[in-house]
Design a protein around this ligand. Structure first.
Ligand SMILES: N[C@@H](CCC(=O)N[C@@H](CS)C(=O)NCC(=O)O)C(=O)O
Length: 213
């Protein structure tokens, strides 16, 4: 299978981390950002949104990072990563959706408002507004994680992959953020995973002050 997308893309990183967790082999092709290539006719046919990540697995073409994660877990994951029971799946999939709809936009507000603009163009009122939203998310996570080792129970799930992917970049962009205790302990356990270290904790400094993709 082939996974397309630049390593500095946070949505691409999630998929690369999960591929490592699954232990399946794949070819990675850098695309988007400084690599370009998203506007070609060939790529548009594969993904009309002209975005990465994109997964091509034989004849199957999949875009949208969380849809890719769901596809991979259903196709290649054992019971640790995929449950045949619809309710059990909903227990971790709700965190994937919450992450994409609530937490990630707040994080992106800080990242695009703070890290990806030059210092003299930062609107710190807006950045702090987004930061407060992030803190609300972190406090919610803390309540859950003070009762449970991972977001959906005693073992890691796709919920932790999606939400956990945000924490490194959120806390590594130069803003002062104190993680609540249980979030911090959970974050430490994610950081000990090979795929998290390799992909999520990779260098993203080329994006500093870069206002286009
Ligand atoms: N909701 C989509 C977002 C896709 C997206 O916006 N990807 C960005 C990178 S994070 C992109 O392709 N930007 C253009 C570029 O990198 O050139 C997903 O999760 O896959």
């Amino acid at each position: 299978m082939k996974i397309y997308g630049r390593i500095t893309s946070f949505n691409v990183q999630k998929v690369l981390w999960f591929l490592d967790e699954l232990g399946v082999s794949y070819e990675h092709i850098e695309l988007g950002g400084r690599f370009g290539g998203l506007d070609t006719e060939e790529f548009s046919k594969l993904n009309p949104m002209k975005k990465v990540p994109l997964l091509v697995d034989g004849d199957n073409v999949i875009w949208e990072s969380h849809t890719i994660l769901r596809y991979l877990s259903a196709s290649y994951g054992d019971s640790k990563w995929y449950s045949n029971n619809a309710y059990e799946r909903s227990v971790y999939e709700r965190w994937m959706d919450w992450s994409h709809i609530i937490f990630q936009p707040a994080f992106m507000g800080t990242f695009w408002g703070y890290y990806r603009v030059s210092a003299n163009r930062r609107d710190m009122v807006e950045v702090n507004h987004e930061l407060r939203k992030c803190m609300e998310c972190l406090n919610t996570l803390n309540e859950v994680l003070s009762e449970s080792r991972y977001l959906a129970g005693p073992s890691i799930t796709l919920g932790d992959i999606c939400v956990g992917s945000i924490i490194y970049r959120l806390t590594s962009q130069g803003l002062s953020i104190d993680l609540p205790l249980s979030v911090s302990q959970w974050y430490e356990s994610l950081k000990s995973r090979k795929g998290y270290k390799r992909w999520i904790m990779s260098d993203f400094s080329e994006l500093e002050g870069r206002e286009d993709f």
